[in-house]
Design a binder for this molecule. Sequence first.
Ligand SMILES: NC(=O)c1ccc[n+]([C@@H]2O[C@H](COP(=O)([O-])OP(=O)(O)OC[C@H]3O[C@@H](n4cnc5c(N)ncnc54)[C@H](O)[C@@H]3O)[C@@H](O)[C@H]2O)c1
Length: 318
Amino acid sequence: MMPMHSTERVLVTGGAGFVGSHLCDRLIKNGVDVLCVDNFFTGNKANIAHLLGNPLFELKRHDVTFPLYVEVDKIYNLACPASPVHYQHDPVQTTKTSVHGAINMLGLAKRVKACILQASTSEVYGDPEVHPQPEDYSGRVNPIGIRSCYDEGKRCAETLFFDYWRQHNLRIKVIRIFNTYGPRMHPNDGRVVSNFIVQALQGKDITLYGDGQQTRSFCYVDDLVDGMVAMMGTNEHVTGPINVGNPGEVTMRELAELTLKLTGSRSRLTFLPLPQDDPRRRQPDITSAREILGWKPKIDLEDGLKETVAYFKHILEA
Ligand SMILES: NC(=O)c1ccc[n+]([C@@H]2O[C@H](COP(=O)([O-])OP(=O)(O)OC[C@H]3O[C@@H](n4cnc5c(N)ncnc54)[C@H](O)[C@@H]3O)[C@@H](O)[C@H]2O)c1
């Protein structure tokens, strides 16, 4: 069929999820025609409800472990549960989503000659001996642990992307996303930012694992979306992988204390044993993102947390 308009058509898999819904918002704001595909495993219609009447937006319920036949120019492949609670719920399905999902979306990209971006993860570095982690560090991942369905699934997806690139000349972009937070995170997914905020708002004890001295680096979702769009906009020679994250490192104890301050909560801190394979430190080296994408995070932790606290207040009161 002849196109009725010249707008670029972009597929976002996992578009009803936390990051995906913000990406859909941004693309629509940029005047792009968006096809959002999701099986609603962890995604939520409320995340995209405000887009449903928009003529640039289309929603399709589909599981990426099955082939998809659509006409698009670009694909952002985000479909995959991202938090341990969700990805460990059905670990076999998690690996299938990453691996079969990648094969299906790469197959689609090959058929329609689309450029495809993979939302990979800092988890490909496992529990790293190198700190911060540059992209050429190949990681220290346990292949048989309870996190492996996610970590190894994402690693295999990267392998597939680079093999499609080498073997079929596909235009690929791989970004490795580090911990991201913001409005529309799931309230009960066990991720530290949402855990702490919900516990603080409900006046429950704030649970820290180990001694609370392990560090994480948190990127606000708007910054991540900037990085994703910048990566998609690079020329065909840029494949990545490129780390996208905020290098500002905080201990979990500091995060808990900041959350208490911003919520005005009187919750107490309690300490639980460390879960299996929990990385001690995680911080992106974003030299490549700075140099190749001209990208760096702009939103500091306190400002981003304020927005996130406001969101959780709203949904907990609803
Ligand atoms: N949020 C982070 O900190 C972070 C960090 C690293 C990587 N990532 C990656 O970014 C992507 C988005 O993460 P998120 O935090 O928005 O998670 P999320 O769970 O909110 O979103 C994932 C989306 O994918 C959908 N989905 C899951 N399995 C599917 C399937 N088989 N078919 C179709 N849709 C499916 C879910 O319903 C959901 O809408 C994921 O690929 C994740 O691995 C996120």
